[in-house]
Every structure is written in C-alpha cells, then in structure tokens.
Ligand binder design. Structure first.
Ligand SMILES: [Zn+2]
Length: 440
C-alpha cells in the first residue's frame, strides 16, 4: 500500500529504513528475501491514542503488555496519553519518569503526549523542547483527580501558548453542562446521559479558540456524527483543526450492546447505527482524519461486571490489537479500500504527531511494515490477546483480515521463523527493541 496506491511491489530494507521500492519482478540484491505472495503489505500503523498507565497504574496496563498487543495488531508506533499514569505527564520531571518506566520494555516505538492542565502553562514549552509530540487537555472531569480539566479561559490560554511554539493541542471535547448523571444496567440510558450536544458545545469552544489564536487543535475520539459538518466548516474556513474517531464507534452500534455489558463503556459513548453510518461518511469525505484506538483498559473489577452498572464502571475500551481487523471488517462492505484504512490508521496519525519517518511506505521512511491477510476470518478470543487483562467488547466477534507479521525498523516481531508471515499471526518473540521517540 504505497502513498500513491496499491500495486505489486518489492520493498528493499537496509539499516532499518526503506532503501528502495521496485517493481515486484525487479531483481533486488539482498541477503534475505521474504515473498509475501498475495498478502497486503501496509505501513506499520501509528496509534496516536493509547493509555499505557505506567508508572503508577501499571496493574491497569503497562508498556510491556500494551506494546506486545500493538506489535501483534500491526501497530509499530504508539503515542502514550499523559493521564492515568502516576504522575501524569504534566512536567518535564514527570516525562522523565515516564521514559524511565518505558525504557527497555517496549516492543514497538513509543512517543509521548504532554498534558495541559490548570497551572502548568510554564511547563508546556520545556516539555515541547523535551520531545513530547503535542499536548492533551480535557474540557470536563477526566475521571482521575490528578489530571483536572481546563476551563474556557484556560483552553484559550493554552492554545495561545502552543500556537507560539507550533505544537498541537488534542482535546477531549465533551461539555459537562450537557451531561446528566447515569446509573444502572441500561446502555441506552447511559448513551442518553451523554448526548451529541455535549460534544457539539465543547467542539464549538475548541473551534473558537483555534480561530482566535491560530493554534492547531485536534478533536480526540469523535463519536457524535452531527459534529462532522461543524468540523468540515471550520476546516473550510482555514482553521487548523483535525479530528479522529475510534474503531468502536465505527464497528459497534448502541442498539446491539447488551444491558450491563460495561466492557462497551467509553466516554463519549458508542451511539446508534444511523450515527455510525454518518461517522463513516465523515471519514469518506475526509473530514475525520484518523482512526485510533483510545485503548484504555483497567482491571476487570473496575468494570463493575458484578452489577453491570454503567454509572460505576470505568469508561475505557481495550482494542489496541484489534483495530486494524475491526476497521477493515466494517470498511470493506462499505466499498472502502485498504489504502483508505492505511491513510486513517497510519499516515493520518503520523502527521498528527509530527512523526515524519512513520506511517508510509516510502524511501527513507522507517521500515515499519505489516503483512496483512485481507480475507482471513477469525474469532476474537480475549485470552489470546496480549494486553494486560482479557477484557474487550470484541470478545467472540468474527473479524475479517488478520495481521500475519509485523516488522519494526526492519526486524520481524512475530514468531520465531525469521520473519516469514506466521499462518496465525502470533505473539512477539525475541527481545523488545522499541525506541522512545522525540517529536520531529
Ligand atoms: Zn483516551
């Protein structure tokens, strides 16, 4: 899957980078050949929205387990969110703790977001200079007390500061004033408690702030498709805005979620099938730029499986290993191509995070590659996933398309057979060789 389309090709790798891209039949001098036959070769995916939670809440998810899941799912770069770990990444000292916690454990490359919270504006430029790929903020309670939200004045001030250094602000855009308390096992009631207008009101504030300051802003995990038109309008007006959605909003519909099935809880919520179709149109029209996981696991006991109470359960969906297959399963019947999927899941997130060597098969780019079988159907068994706890709403689902091998900077990650695609995909093998990336 090349930037200009799909064709039969040979990709030559030297010193961890792509050295040449030739016709499939062209003679290429190499120490080793791997012939993928009819498998697709994609750029390694870039998942710019992953909550690793280490240090501090490593029992929720850690670098070793998250990056194993990434490798198995064809994701060769993750960008770690600044919250849910302790300390949150809101200062250079905290970033150092993050990097120390991650060192030597990562199976894929890892970049870091910084946090913008009340009172840390003086830390933004030092964190930018220390290599974070941008900054995340919330506009309502984040779910953890150590990462408080910005109010509208704080948002405006952070955008102004980031505009001056050319850094992007990624925003959890829901407005607390439009959200009602939720409790009980009924998923419909939970969805109704966080209506589309909550996203709309918050995105309006982000657009106004980006327009006033000239800053780059990005909406994370867009769920309410009625906001697509507003985002399209802002982009058309020259406001520097981008947006992502997530596999769960594109694959599931609220009507299908069983009562008490809190593994489906996320904020904002999975909405109905009509909304899902409109999100797809937002992707197809180029308004939504990226599809990333928002992988945010927790220990099973925090999911309130006993009571099934959506008001009590932690909001977060675990899917890092499944995103490519889930999105392809839903995209293919809509007539979308794997080129589209690679644009949403590799090139788009790499551009968001400013990772120029990632997300595309091009000479000089890192040799991060994924061999993908477009046709294989398989059933998700949570016990065989690599992330920490065997909990995911995709359990038991039949997905189409399976990762058969992943290469990180030219080194095969899955299985022990020297890099040839594994019949079943598989688990990372060898030693973790992921790097901690700086912006740039
Ligand atoms: Zn998130």
């Amino acid at each position: 899957m090349l930037p200009d389309g799909t064709r039969a090709a040979a990709v030559a790798v030297s010193d961890s980078a792509i050295a040449a891209i030739e016709d499939y039949q062209a003679p290429v001098e190499a120490d080793r050949d791997v012939d993928l036959g009819d498998l697709a070769l994609l750029p390694g995916l870039v998942d710019s929205h992953v909550h690793v939670n280490e240090p501090g809440r490593t029992e929720w998810e850690g670098f070793a387990t998250a990056t194993r899941a990434a490798a198995a799912g064809g994701v060769t770069t993750i960008c770690d969110m600044p919250l849910n770990s302790l300390p949150p990444t809101v200062s250079v000292a905290a970033l150092r703790e993050k990097r120390a916690a991650a060192a030597g454990k990562c199976w894929v490359d890892v970049a870091f977001w910084g946090g913008a919270v009340p009172g840390n504006e003086a830390s933004l430029r030092p964190m930018h200079e220390a290599g974070v790929v941008g900054f995340k903020c919330f506009l309502l309670d984040s779910g953890v007390p150590e990462f408080p939200p910005l109010d509208e004045a704080g948002l405006r001030s952070a955008l102004g500061a980031l505009a001056a250094m050319g850094a992007v602000l990624i925003v959890h855009a829901e407005d607390a004033a439009e959200i009602k308390p939720a409790s009980g096992r009924d998923f419909g009631s939970f969805v109704a408690s966080r209506p589309p207008v909550a996203e709309r009101r918050a995105i309006e504030k982000v657009i106004a702030g980006a327009a006033a300051t000239g800053a780059r802003a990005h909406i994370v995990h867009l769920s309410a498709a009625e906001c697509v038109a507003m985002i399209a309008g802002a982009k058309a007006a020259g406001i520097r805005l981008s947006a992502e959605t997530c596999p769960h909003y594109l694959y599931f519909a609220a009507e299908q979620v069983p009562d008490g099935a809190t593994e489906f809880k996320s904020c904002p919520p999975i909405r109905d099938a009509v909304n899902r179709a409109a999100l797809w149109r937002g992707l197809e029209g180029g308004v939504i730029d990226c599809v990333v996981s928002d992988h945010s696991p927790c220990p099973p006991e925090l999911k309130a499986f006993g009571s099934g109470d959506f008001g009590v359960a932690w909001g977060g969906i675990a899917s890092l290993q499944l995103g490519l297959s889930a999105v392809w399963t839903a995209a293919r019947p809509r007539g979308q191509t794997l080129d589209d999927v690679a644009r949403w899941m590799a090139a788009g997130p790499a551009a968001l995070a400013g990772l120029a060597a990632k997300g595309r098969l091009a000479v000089g780019a890192d040799a991060d590659l994924v061999a993908f079988d477009l046709d294989e159907e398989w059933v998700v068994d949570p016990a065989r996933l690599e992330h920490r706890h065997p909990v995911t709403p995709y359990a038991g689902r039949t997905l189409t398309g399976r990762v058969r091998q992943t290469w990180l900077r030219g080194t095969a990650l899955l299985g022990a057979d020297g890099g040839a695609p594994d019949a079943e995909g598989g688990a990372p093998d060898g030693e973790p060789a992921g790097r901690l990336l700086d912006r740039g």
